[in-house]
Design a protein around this ligand. Sequence first.
Ligand code: FAD
Length: 805
Amino acid sequence: METHARVVVIGGGVVGCSILFHLAKHGWKDVVLLERSQLTSGSSWHAAGLIHTLSSDPNISRLQGYTIRLYQELEELTGQSTGLHSTGGVYLASTPERLDYLKQERSKARYMGLDQEFVSLDELKDLNPLINPAHYLGALYDPLDGYVDPSGVTMAYARAARHYGARYYLNTPVIETLQQSDGSWKVVTRGGTIHTDMIVNAAGLWAREVGQLAGICLPVQPMEHHYLVTETIPEIVEHGREVVTGIDYEANIYYRQEHQGLVLGTYEPVATPWKVEGTPLDFGHELLPDDLDRVADRLALAFERMPALKKAGIKSVINGPFTFGPDGNPMIGPVPGLKNYWAAVGVMAGFCQAGGVGLCLAEWMIEGEPSIDVWAMDIARFGEFATFGYGTIKAAENYERRFLMSFPNEELPAMRRQKTTSLYDRLVERGAVMGATFGLEHALWFANSRKEASEEPTFRRSNAFPHVARESKAVREAVGVIEIANYSKHEFRGSGARDYLDRVLAGRLPLPGQLRLSPMLTARGKLYGDLTVACLEEDEYWVFGSGSAQEMHRRWFELQLHGNGVEYRNGSDELHGIAIAGPRSRTLLSRICRFDVSNESLGFMTILRTEVAGVPALLARISFSGELGYEIYCAPHFQMKLFESIESAGADLGLELYGARTLMSLRLEKNWGVWGLDYRPDFTAAEAGLDRFIDFGKSAGFIGAEAARTEQASGPARKLITLQVHTDDVDCAGDEAVFHRKKCVGFVTSGGFAHHSGMSLAMAYVPAELCREAQDFEVEILGERKPAKMLVEPAYDPNGTRMRS
Ligand SMILES: Cc1cc2nc3c(=O)[nH]c(=O)nc-3n(C[C@H](O)[C@H](O)[C@H](O)COP(=O)(O)OP(=O)(O)OC[C@H]3O[C@@H](n4cnc5c(N)ncnc54)[C@H](O)[C@@H]3O)c2cc1C
């Protein structure tokens, strides 16, 4: 075995082999995979092998499409069969809500270039003669779906990797991973040690154990999972061609043909986490004892829906473990806080996803960034809150909900209150309906009382609607109060801080006492942050951004540090805060400050370190509501005092508490996008309209300058616009297809009802040539195309006079 390699991939399951293949194919030949036993020795060998494109995240769907299309290429390259059966597949709905869900999925598929279409119930019967169509309201068909041979696929990746020059070693367990002072690693095995620039943990069922060799917690959890294989079914023989694969959500079953019978699997209603304490190092090509009682009720439903199954004998029952992450999506990318250590773990649908995971990881390692936004898979979407205990419970929740529907307004119940602020009980007492972002609880909206504080999950307008209207009115006409502890706060200090930020951020930096907005770009000019920069002193800066992106941004900031006189820290948990907004917010502030807060003394986009309501605070004159407003940040232990003072000082001013839903409604009528929806690495600053904050004149340059300048010269290909959508009881939630003259031309990134303006609004990316004047579009919501008109200026206060007043 060699003593040096550029990359060592740990784990020869389908994920590790795909990464090895993609690295070698993209030009890194000096890459090695180490496998404890034989290839496929984890969960890969006993998978059911179904492949499909549907996923909650559009980019994961896209990558699943990529994975499936890759199988033919792998076969041609290696001669190794992947056992690919392109049967096509159906997603079945037996409730109106599920049908709505499938309509939303089809809308998403339209703009992603996936070819999904509804088939009639007669066509369904023809695609699968076992089905009793009377159970269904609709069926969405995807021709890409089918199934593969899991071992064949893994071997094909490994052979293809070898074809491009990579190497792999079997029976070589990694027993130590030791970080060196220069950031490189020593990977120790009994057969020798490899010195490597980078490690990839693709150890599947053992991801936790391999992570712990490097001292990190990867919150994934193996879960037991059953499927069974039937004997020959005469109806399938008679059919004469393969039946399509299927997912029947309400029965909670999936199936595919196997010889002349079926493979039938289900996600049990009560999950069984496997080896919570850790995966045994000697677990081999083994299955777990089956327990059909656990799946009996699901099988009964399957028999109802496919009556021929009742007579079919069962040839074998498989119960095997595979790992889930806390939200069911893979966890990939550089691990924040650890140099040159990459994760590719928690891949629960390896045969649909490993190709995309391998591609993105290879691009990220070799080129510095993946070609599409991988946020839904980025390991940085979890932080220290995602402990092993958190991982086990959330993974179980996700397993149980695998075929249950999640609505756009739904908050999942497991592991709530993992992180709370000092105001939590107080807000709940006031009727707050809470949500959790990056583990931290925050108010979504306020009901009239604690007793009424709950929300029905729905695709349509929910019972929150009148409450969000009330809160919006208070902000626009009086004063509203919102907790903003969940924003991220990054602190930069030192003599080199200004130069550092000038290079890392694309915008002009503020002077002491000022705030400025700035996009942050990747080298390719893609958006990597939409940030507010505060300069307290020449050598002290705070950068505020999306709370959920804090570890992603921390990783990026740390990557750019080269010992240049800058001290950086993610201070998000050390500064909590409260914002007040509305025409009466200045009056309120004047009652709790000992100094002049007039527009002349405390102008728009200024910040100072001071005392507010008697507690030490950072006071910033800025607001995301488009109204006169202030953000007040303080240490968590001062926040309750600040809150109580604000509440009593505003009692006679019409003060109302408001939550994230109202903030989202208010910002929509200002045409302001938000990080993670409208602004993300899929888009450039010019596409998002954030190029107006770029300082193209910076003499020292900034990351992404070249790409941004090129785009400035040519103009962006598409643009983010705001649409007024004509609709009654439903608003856009994101991912709806946008049509122009009957052709799908774009997609919605966020939407909702703007209560003050009385309009349903949506932000959408469409081709730039369609934005030169106000055009008519259509937006497909729950299967219906609704007329939509582009707004040429924000629906509320287009000149921004209210917030500057
Ligand atoms: C019953 C069942 C049905 C399934 N059905 C489907 C399906 O229909 N479709 C689908 O897409 N997915 C399905 N899956 C999921 C799929 O099997 C997994 O997503 C996939 O196998 C994950 O692959 P992996 O490479 O991440 O992990 P693994 O397959 O677990 O591979 C990890 C590898 O790392 C090696 N390793 C561990 N520790 C070390 C070490 N210290 N040193 C060196 N090597 C090490 C292991 O030996 C192993 O070979 C199913 C899973 C099960 C259990």
